[in-house]
Design a protein around this ligand. Structure first.
Ligand SMILES: C[S@@+](CC[C@H](N)C(=O)[O-])C[C@H]1O[C@@H](n2cnc3c(N)ncnc32)[C@H](O)[C@@H]1O
Length: 427
């Protein structure tokens, strides 16, 4: 096993929930802020529905999360103790600095012959914690010289948080570029920000996404009682005439929609299905890039293998929240359908996983890492460390439901049989 990058404690104390809605201890979001932002967004949605009729769940989700003026992610820090939900990169050093993900990227890149230059690309980097930790690991192993960091982020506020976390002073491009801001870390690593992964330069890249795909818009479909050829109907969102101003309701489309015609598999057995075509488009784009430019990818998210039905939900203040109430005041999320993602790439790439976060972290040596850290801790740090460990690994917390999968170019098939992908098979 590779040497760990650091052996001291640096774990954030947390008493919070993950995005499955498991409550550990609620924290507060200022109500005044929620009210102001949510009213204007609900107003915009009502006006749109009045003008064009009920909208798709995908359209609703996209507006609620990323509307430039009032979208949930756009103007505040929503992740962590003072936000609405907690994610693994925010749980401290075990998953962060010298973390399993950072070690995974470094060691898989090394196994591929350490091709340079290397672009580290993170989609939806949140508070930037994972990116900071990954750069630190590459620096520790003396491999940062040929590395650049590329962040795909829509939120102006989170971009600011990320640049502060990375200690980057921002410059704007003088002329039209595909990135909209850039800078250099204190250790001279170039960092670029983009709206879309399609804008990141075509070069050998390591793509990462942690709780990104579950924030992308989904379409929802319901099978009618008698499954005829046009038996599927799209679930839409309408104004709820019986409720207050900021409440919406689900309605069923009267006729097939383009999405219900195109996105349902012919052999679909479930009676309720959620599909994320935006995620599928991203994966198909990455498939072309990994094949033509080389690279690897690691994604982590809540998800299932084409078995679940209705997973669309909201989170506010570390509690489950009705996604149709007070839009813009709560995070919206839906489990990733890994079987759909597999279908998008399997003829082009090698896909490993999904494996549970518990299995991945244990195979990557989290237990050894924990024991080393515990030896250098005071009592308080020990408690925080154990709290973070149990949140990430326990079956009733993030350990079982949170999953990872990885992608590699198909040309590496034999190579990866001889040198199996870390974290995905027992050694
Ligand atoms: C649930 S947060 C996860 C943050 C971080 N990866 C973590 O695990 O802590 C989702 C992230 O994706 C970003 N995001 C959401 N939709 C996006 C989109 N369509 N394009 C780019 N970023 C998006 C959000 O602003 C946020 O940074």
């Amino acid at each position: 096993m590779m040497a760990w990058a650091a052996d001291t404690c640096n774990v954030v104390p947390m008493d919070l929930t993950n995005r499955r809605g498991r409550v550990f201890n609620a924290a507060c979001v200022p109500p005044s802020k929620i009210k102001r932002e949510s009213v204007s967004l609900a107003g915009q949605l009502r006006a749109k529905i009045k003008a064009v009729g009920p909208i798709t769940v995908a359209e609703y989700m996209k507006e609620v999360l990323t509307n430039p003026v009032a979208g949930y992610y756009m103007h505040r820090d929503v992740i962590g103790e003072t936000g609405d939900f907690i994610t693994s990169p925010e749980l401290g050093q075990l998953f962060g600095e010298a973390s399993m993900v950072a070690i995974w990227c470094f060691s898989e890149w090394q196994k591929m012959g350490s091709p340079i230059p290397l672009q580290l690309v993170e989609m939806g980097p949140g508070r930037g914690s994972l990116a900071v930790d990954i750069l630190r690991v590459f620096e520790r192993f003396g491999a940062a010289n040929e590395v650049s960091l590329h962040l795909v982020e829509l939120s102006p506020h989170l971009r600011q948080v990320q640049s502060e976390a990375l200690l980057v002073t921002i410059t704007r491009p003088q002329q039209t570029e595909l990135y909209y801001q850039s800078g250099t870390t204190a250790t001279d690593i170039p960092v670029f920000w983009y709206n879309s992964v399609q804008d990141v330069p075509r070069q050998f890249s390591c793509f990462l996404a942690h709780e990104f795909f579950d924030a992308l818009p989904i379409h929802k479909f319901q099978a009618r009682a008698s499954l005829t050829e046009d038996g599927w109907r799209e679930v839409l969102i309408d104004i709820d005439p019986a409720a207050g101003r900021d409440k919406f309701r689900y309605v069923m489309s009267q006729t097939p929609t383009p999405a219900s015609k195109l996105l349902i598999k012919a052999d679909e057995k479930r009676d309720h299905v959620e599909v994320c075509p935006e995620g599928g488009v991203i994966l198909e784009h990455l498939a072309v890039r990994l094949e033509e430019d080389g690279g690897l990818a690691l994604f982590a998210d809540y998800g299932h293998d084409g078995t679940k039905t209705d997973t669309f939900r909201g989170f506010r203040n570390h509690q489950l929240h009705d996604p149709l109430v007070d839009p813009g005041s709560a995070d919206l999320t839906a489990d990733v359908d890994f079987s759909y993602f597999r279908a998008c790439v399997e003829d082009k790439l090698l896909m490993f996983g999904p494996v549970t976060q518990r299995d991945f972290l244990k195979r990557m040596g989290i237990d050894v890492r924990l024991q080393i850290l515990l030896q250098n801790c005071d009592e308080k740090q020990k408690q925080n460390l154990l709290f973070g460990y149990h949140m990430m690994v326990d079956e009733d917390k993030m350990g079982e439901r949170f999953k990872l999968f990885s992608l590699f170019p198909s040309v590496l098939k034999e190579h990866l049989v001889r040198f199996p992908v870390s974290g995905f098979v027992d050694s």
